[in-house]
Design a protein around this ligand. Sequence first.
Ligand code: GSH
Length: 209
Amino acid sequence: MKLYYVPISPYAQKVMMALYEKEISFTPELVNLMDKAARKKYRELYPIGKVPLLVLEDDYMIPESSIIVEYIDQNYPKDPLLIPGDPQEARKVRFKDRMLDLYMTDSVMNLFFQSRKSEAEKDTMLVKQSQQRITAMFEFLNHELDDNGWLHGIELSLADCAAAPALFFCQQLFPFDNHPKIQTYAERLLTRPSFQKVAEEAIPFLSRM
Ligand SMILES: N[C@@H](CCC(=O)N[C@@H](CS)C(=O)NCC(=O)O)C(=O)O
């Protein structure tokens, strides 16, 4: 199967972390979203134009990072199980994944793109709203984390795969130095071999930007 991705996309990173955790092989298809012609070509395949996108051997397409992780979790039953079998627990993991994507990852990406603009071009309202949301998400994480486990209990889950890229970008753009619990968690999460592999691929792209 093919994964259409961009190494610096946090949503692609979430999926790649899950693939590496479960040791699933895939063909990486890098999409150059900075290039107009490449974007146009990619939209012919997937009109929404977002990465990541998983394309199976029979050309069946699975977009949306959380859905891709759910697909691989269901079809490659190798540990770790990223979405618990118990429906109530599964709902709680999906809830955390949604919170992270919608309020933390989206917000930190806003900060990322705004940081590349001149002062005059910056959308200060958007920056402020994004900072407020990330601050609220730090409170959420502080509340949800305990000292040892992952974001949902003792097993790594979809929620951790969503948290890793968000915290990776926050380190630079909106640090969590005043949150020791998040710091401890981020240290364990971001040094996990699966995420290290993701970061190794992203860092050269980020330094070029
Ligand atoms: N909800 C989507 C979000 C994916 C997303 O926003 N991808 C960005 C890169 S981080 C993208 O492809 N942007 C290109 C565009 O919007 O044209 C997911 O979870 O996969």
